[in-house]
Design a protein. Structure first.
Length: 163
C-alpha cells in the first residue's frame, strides 16, 4: 500500500534532522512491521561505553520518535535496511540481562497493547559489540564473511544445489 512508501519517504526525509539532534546516529530504518513508529533500527559509530543506551534515551526524547516502543542499536557495519542483518546482530550480540533497557513513557494513543491510553513500556536492545566497561564481556569473535570468489561460485550454482 502507499502507506509503506510514505513511511519510507518520511524515514529518509527526517534522517538529517535526527542526525542533527543525535549526532551519534549514522543511519536508521523504521521497519514496516513496526508500522514506522513502533520500532527503529539505529546504526551508530560506537566510540564509548553505554553509547547505545544514551542514543536510545535521546531517541525517546526526540519529538515524534518518543513513541518508538522498540529500538535496536547496531554497529556501523550493519545494514539497518536489511532486517535479517539487524536480527542476526541482535541475536548474536545481545545478552538479555546485560543489554536490554526497559523504560516507561508515552506511546501512540492508538497502541492497543499499552496498558493505559498513551502510556506504556518501551524496550531498547544494545546489539553493538561490547566494550570492557559495559559489564562482563568474553572474548568477542571476529565476524566471518564469505570472500567474493566463493560467493560468486555459490550464486552461479544455486540450481545445481537444488535451491
Amino acid at each position: 500500500m502507499e502507506d509503506y512508501f510514505l513511511g519510507k519517504a518520511t524515514e529518509r526525509i527526517f534522517l538529517p534532522l535526527l542526525k542533527m539532534l543525535i549526532p551519534d546516529i549514522v543511519d536508521y530504518a523504521l521497519p514496516m512491521a513496526g508500522v514506522f513508529h513502533n520500532c527503529a533500527y539505529i546504526k551508530i559509530r560506537k566510540e564509548y561505553p553505554f553509547q547505545a543506551r544514551r542514543v536510545m534515551h535521546a531517541i525517546w526524547g526526540a519529538g515524534q520518535m518518543a513513541f518508538t516502543k522498540f529500538i535496536i542499536v547496531v554497529d556501523e557495519h550493519v545494514n539497518v535496511h536489511d532486517e535479517q542483518d539487524v536480527l542476526f546482530h541482535l541475536f548474536s550480540n545481545c545478552d538479555p540481562k546485560r543489554d536490554t533497557e526497559i523504560v516507561q513513557g508515552p506511546v501512540d494513543i492508538l497502541d492497543h497493547a499499552s496498558p493505559d491510553l498513551g502510556a506504556g513500556g518501551k524496550m531498547g536492545f544494545d546489539a553493538t559489540v561490547k566494550l570492557p566497561a559495559e559489564g562482563k564481556v568474553r572474548v568477542w569473535p571476529k565476524e566471518l564473511e564469505m570472500d567474493a570468489k566463493t560467493r560468486e561460485l555459490v550464486s552461479q550454482r544455486w540450481r545445481e544445489y537444488g535451491l
